[in-house]
Design a protein around this ligand. Structure first.
Ligand code: OGA
Ligand code: MN
Length: 312
């Protein structure tokens, strides 16, 4: 338990919210009853807890879709995901809610991301203004597989050798927009395997979190990534090194889902991935996404020291 978490628990006591760490490096389980009946001050305690712990897990939720969306709206500004960013998808019932699923109805997928592995990524890094938080709520699950993993990018940044930190502090990565994290081509884009010409926005490799003020590594997605100003060979070798570093087990925690679990994470300081699962099994998750701002690097953040959960 860090000091900060004790403080948070003391503050939360009055409102009967309890945070318990789920791993040494990131994440907290939140006991607060139904997220559909929280007070305004409890919502703000939860939002602070999210900034402090990077991932929050709420168990045993029984939420209708409107209740889920209402909870999301109280936590932050919801981002409306563009419809049909891959081909062939069922119409959405609520514009705020995306289905993540491998289930097909009459041959048409009811959602996205299928049943294969979803590789490490940070949501929507291929946009000028990537997402802040993402939320998943489990509705149907396979017996095994489909676990979702997270890696702490504050800690990955802190653990880099000093020479690498200074080498990357003013470099930017081009974040490929061609493929999603399940490897599917986004609608309107052509196949591309050339990192130099693949389309996408530039974001700093070292990203200052706009709310906590701490620095984190910001890598986005590996396929077609390119570090601006370097030769392709130099870019590939630096990216390979950073990716191997950032995805080490010592920075990660994997969640094994139960029905009624609700997970919210902060894309600005984490990457996430998903294990594959049996294609014959059904996995249905309801997902919300939260608007974010353009990534930036502020050198003054260096004086701030370490994020409270990244002291390892
Ligand atoms: C996502 C995502 C992983 C999962 O919804 O952004 O990466 O476990 N999902 O379904
Ligand atoms: Mn994702």
């Amino acid at each position: 338990m860090t000091m900060e978490n004790n403080t948070l628990n003391e503050k939360a006591l009055k409102s009967n919210i309890k945070f318990t760490m789920v791993s040494p490096v990131l994440g907290a389980n939140v006991e607060c009853g139904s997220v559909a009946s929280l007070s305004d001050s409890e919502i703000s305690t939860i939002r602070n807890g999210l900034l402090e712990n990077m991932v929050l897990l709420f168990r045993n939720q029984k939420l209708s879709d409107p209740e889920l969306i209402q909870f999301g709206k109280r936590l932050g500004e919801l981002d409306i995901a563009p419809f049909g960013y891959t081909n062939n998808q069922k119409e959405r019932q609520y514009e705020e809610m995306v289905i993540i699923s491998n289930v097909k109805e009459g041959g048409v997928p009811i959602g996205v991301l299928g049943d294969a592995e979803v590789v490490w990524h940070s949501d929507n890094s291929y946009r000028e203004n990537p997402l802040s938080f993402s939320l998943l709520y489990s509705v149907e699950l396979p017996d095994s597989g489909g676990e979702t993993g997270f890696s702490n990018m504050y800690l990955a940044y802190e653990a880099l050798p000093a020479d690498i930190k200074s080498k990357i502090q003013n470099l930017v990565i081009k974040h490929d927009i061609t493929y999603n994290s399940a490897g599917d081509l986004r609608r309107g884009f052509k196949d591309s395997s050339d990192p130099v010409t693949a389309p996408g926005p530039y974001h700093p490799i070292v990203r200052t979190h706009p709310e906590t003020g701490y620095n984190a590594l910001y890598l986005g997605r590996r396929p077609n990534a390119y570090i601006c100003g370097l030769s392709v060979e130099e870019s590939e070798s630096l990216l390979n090194m950073l990716w191997t570093h950032a995805t080490q087990d010592r920075f990660t925690w994997h969640h094994s889902w139960k029905i009624g679990d609700l997970l919210i994470w902060d894309n600005r300081c984490l990457m996430h991935r998903r294990n594959p699962f049996n294609p014959k099994a059904r996995r249905v998750m309801h997902r919300l996404q939260f608007a974010g701002t353009r990534p930036y690097y502020d050198p003054r953040a260096l004086t701030r020291g370490r994020h409270p959960r990244s002291v390892g």
